[in-house]
Ligand binder design. Structure first.
Ligand SMILES: [Zn+2]
Length: 432
């Protein structure tokens, strides 16, 4: 999607002051959200009981949720990553992966997210004998069920999957091959759910070139990827990611390290960051996470507003909802409260996220027109009393579709989940 052709709803100054309720109700998009970093505390406990994992530090949901945030609050990426030993330990069966994926989609939808890319490293879920492809299947099936159960609760969401390779494990080629094979297998009904690749884990000592062969495969096979860079490691890791031909950068917060400041010329991006800006390589920034891993000491120092002002393609993300105790609404409210962000800036971040999504362009346009713009238009309208600025798709059509599922969609939804949602099976209305 060409950013310049976007139809931005027109907002007035009164929209500058945003309440949490308003931000929660706006349709949002997230590109960077780790499946193993977004479990409900209650689910961690349930799954630990199921699989006999007895190393959880606390056994009460609220206290466990606090423990994850405190433990992740260390100021070091390595320490932050230790918390994942607990979540990965309880995600070793198909049913556990299915549940975690379904709940992630439901929680994001409940927060007003209409498009999400969830990422995880299949290799971290093989402790109990699952094949890589089983891991991916279980997550994709959980996501599909999450889309349906979210729809039944009145929320439209589309969620897709990014497969990560762990930088330290030397399996990136295997994961890249898995991804290519998964996407190209014509008999696999839901292969379109797996949309891209990433490398995750400790950055220091593992520059992007550690996975050069995997990236070469993906470039040859025309599969898009993103690379975690510029979080723990600085401008060199960002240059490494760019040289591998990355489409997006996970975080990229430390791009400012090659900026120069001059009283006459102002702030000038250096060689690497100029390339990132000019090619509009999408930055997947996550303020809470960046604060926790010590990228910045204080949120007021976070480079997101500066990068956005300088024309970088910025998006805002949750990264790890459990470890940061956050949601997309929370991340946006941090920008509102810390930097005085208004609707215009938040819309820009959202539209940039859709433009950088790893799904086909027609689908990006369709999501923008039917799911994103109508919700933001509604806000523009409610403030000014004027007509819509976008001429986007009919809102009733977009919202109404949430409740109508084909018979095929309805088949196979776990009755227990329907009960949890307070929906009686006879209340379901199949689409004609
Ligand atoms: Zn991440």
């Amino acid at each position: 999607m060409d950013i310049s052709s976007r139809q931005t709803p027109s907002y007035t100054p009164e929209h500058k002051s945003l309440t949490r309720e308003t931000v929660a109700s706006l349709p949002k998009a997230v590109l960077h959200d780790h499946l193993d970093g977004g479990l409900r505390p209650r689910t961690v406990i349930d799954l630990a009981t199921e699989c006999g994992y007895d190393a959880l530090p606390v056994s009460e949901p609220e206290a466990l949720g606090r423990w994850f945030v405190d433990a992740a609050d260390s100021g070091s990426l390595e320490k932050y990553l230790e918390t994942f030993a607990h979540t990965c330990a309880v995600m070793q069966t198909r049913s556990a992966l299915h549940r975690v994926a379904r709940e992630a989609v439901e929680d994001l939808a409940d927060d007003g997210v209409v498009y999400a890319e969830l990422r995880f490293a299949p290799e971290q879920h093989q402790e109990r004998g699952l094949e890589l492809v089983d891991v991916v299947d279980a997550v994709v099936e959980g996501i599909i069920e999450g889309e349906k159960t979210a729809a039944l609760a009145g929320h439209t969401i589309r969620a897709r999957v990014i497969l990560c390779a762990m930088r330290h494990s030397d399996r990136s080629q295997e994961i890249a091959d898995l991804l290519v094979a998964y996407r190209s297998e014509a008999t696999r009904d839901h292969r379109g759910y797996v949309v891209g690749f990433d490398i995750a884990g400790a950055e220091d000592g593992f520059p992007p070139s550690c996975c050069a062969a995997a990236f070469a495969t993906l470039r040859r096979e025309l599969v898009p990827f993103t690379i975690h860079a510029g979080e723990a490691a600085g401008i060199d890791s960002l240059e490494g990611a760019v040289r591998e031909g990355t489409w997006r950068i996970g975080h990229g917060a430390r791009l400012y390290e090659d900026f120069t400041a001059d009283l006459e010329t102002g702030i000038e991006p250096g060689r690497v960051s100029t390339f990132v800006r000019d090619r509009q390589i999408i930055l997947e920034l996550a303020p809470s996470s960046n604060l926790q891993t010590g990228v910045v000491d204080d949120l007021v120092d976070h480079p997101l507003p500066l990068l956005q002002q300088l024309g970088f393609a910025c998006t805002v993300n949750t990264d790890n909802r459990l470890m940061s105790g956050t949601t997309m609404t929370d991340e946006m409210m941090l920008l509102v409260d810390t930097f005085g962000y208004g609707v215009g800036e938040l819309f820009e971040l959202t539209a940039t996220a859709i433009s950088g999504a790893f799904i086909p362009e027609p689908e990006r346009r369709e999501i923008m027109a039917s799911l994103i713009v109508p919700g933001w238009d509604e806000l523009a309208e409610s403030g000014t009393g004027r007509g819509t600025a976008s001429g986007g798709a009919d809102e009733e059509t977009a919202r109404g579709s949430a409740f109508e599922l084909s018979e095929e969609d309805l088949a196979g939804i776990d009755p227990q989940i329907l009960a949890e949602l307070g929906i009686a099976p006879e209340d379901l209305q199949p689409r004609d």
